[in-house]
Write a protein that binds this ligand. Structure first.
Ligand SMILES: Nc1ncnc2c1ncn2[C@@H]1O[C@H](COP(=O)(O)OP(=O)(O)OP(=O)(O)O)[C@@H](O)[C@H]1O
Ligand code: NI
Length: 424
């Protein structure tokens, strides 16, 4: 490979599948999800409630809780140092300067949390202890990362070079006595960086003394403590009013620029996607059903679900309208109730007989994937070092690559009849 900046993605998620094994049955929350995130870019994940956005995020950083389980998939993360450390003991987890986080020991995955990949959530209260001052908690996060980066990550050097005691101390949140002055100073600096006025004084305050927007900023500061390369933000502005939302989105954009951090931004709001993202994946029923760069997906959406979502925000400059999605219901993700067909077919105005088979991922015609000599041009045009794969516009929909044929359309009654029992 030529020198210069790596064209390999920072994160490459392949065939990720996560299920919950509940008493009611198996829930297919995330089904064979593929996407990449490149250095310094914002990748958006959009979809209705229950489509699998949060479970996708939690799967990447290995925070899925029982009865959930990641049943298959690869999560390739580019980190040359880590790849070097893992090479001897876990050769199958390493490919060049990338590491499959699914194939390294769990303690190695844990050690990356905060320092390489950080996550912020909709509810900042969930990230803070109400009885400890905000500054103290951010200082703790700084301290934890400081210790973690002072210790080599690999299991071998950990078990050989350090006793079990120091290994535990480095992974458990230190008590306040351990938090050094430097970490406190850094915490105040971070609060200032995320736009908290008078950070020195505000650091002393407790979470309940912060407004929602301020606490959201503080959570961002906490997530930045380990200087991550990738920030996963799950609906970070959903609970906020429009003005504060805009401020937080601007803050994330500034930080991303300043720190050259990549962001995965999860939202159900296409207006937020339009304002912030370079590329996006549209999720429906646990799958990414359309994927491409912002212009491609917004200008020529291929999946009728995406078309429906976009139809519900007629004016992108007016952030007010909420998604009022397509008629019908999000399907049950219980495996026993899922038919082996396009999951959107029963809500789709253009469903055809072909949609009774599960659609593969089609390249949307005329976009993203160029032929022959144009290919190199298309790759070169894919900025940010993104290759053809990253710029490709794809959709899991027969119509992405075929004309709608009235003669093969499924009548509306088709699904009503096959859903008998739900009617009165
Ligand atoms: N702990 C759990 N036990 C069982 N099922 C779960 C659990 N957590 C999530 N699920 C299921 O996984 C599916 C995907 O949920 P997820 O939270 O990822 O959706 P989402 O797209 O983030 O929705 P929202 O916009 O409401 O946050 C849903 O069907 C949900 O019911
Ligand atoms: Ni969610």
């Amino acid at each position: 490979m030529a020198g210069g900046e790596s064209s390999e993605p920072l994160l490459d998620v392949r065939d990720l599948t996560t299920r919950f094994f509940t008493e009611e049955g198996q829930v297919n929350a995330v089904e064979s999800v593929d996407f990449t995130v490149h250095d310094g870019e914002v990748f958006g994940v959009v979809g209705e409630s229950g489509s699998g956005k949060s479970v996708t995020a939690l799967s990447i950083i290995d925070l899925v809780e029982s009865p959930g389980e990641i049943v298959s998939g690869e999560v390739w993360y580019r980190d040359a140092d880590l790849a070097g450390e893992m090479g001897d003991d876990h050769p199958d987890a390493v490919d060049g300067d990338r590491v499959d986080l699914r194939r390294v020991p769990p303690e190695v995955r844990r050690s990356l949390r905060g320092s390489s990949v950080s996550m912020i959530f909709q509810d900042p209260m969930s990230s803070f202890n109400p009885s400890i001052s905000v500054g103290e908690q951010i200082a703790e996060a700084v301290e934890v990362q400081r210790r973690a980066s002072a210790n080599p990550r690999s299991t071998r050097s950990r078990t050989q070079g350090f006793g079990l005691g120091s290994m535990v101390a480095s992974t458990v949140i230190p008590t306040r006595d351990y938090v050094g002055e430097e970490s406190h100073e850094r915490a105040i600096e971070l609060l200032g960086q995320v736009g908290i006025p008078d950070p020195e004084a505000r650091a002393e305050e407790y979470p309940h003394q912060y407004s929602g927007g301020m606490l959201q900023r503080a959570m961002v500061a906490q997530a930045l403590a380990g200087e991550p390369d990738l920030l996963i933000a799950d609906e970070p502005t959903t609970a906020l009013d429009v003005t504060i939302e805009a401020q937080i989105l601007n803050l994330l954009a500034d930080l991303q620029d300043e720190l050259d951090m990549a962001i995965v931004l999860i939202t159900h709001d296409l207006g937020v996607i339009a304002r912030t993202c370079d590329r996006l994946g549209v999720m429906y029923a646990g799958e990414i059903v359309e994927h491409g760069n912002l212009e491609a997906v917004f200008d020529s959406p291929a999946h009728p679900y995406t078309q429906g979502l976009l139809g519900s925000i007629p004016d992108l400059d007016d952030p007010a309208p909420r998604l009022d999605p397509i008629e019908g219901n999000v399907p049950s993700l219980l495996a026993a109730e899922m038919d082996d067909r396009c999951y959107f077919a029963d809500r789709c105005p253009k469903a055809m007989e072909e949609c009774l088979d599960k659609p593969p991922s089609f390249a949307v015609d005329g976009a993203g994937v160029a032929e022959g000599a144009d290919r190199a041009e298309a790759d070169a045009a894919g900025a940010n070092g993104a290759g053809g794969g990253a710029t490709a516009h794809t959709a899991k929909c027969y119509l992405a690559d075929h004309e709608f044929d009235e003669a093969r359309a499924l009548s509306e009654e088709y699904f009503d009849e096959s859903n008998e029992g739900t009617d009165t």
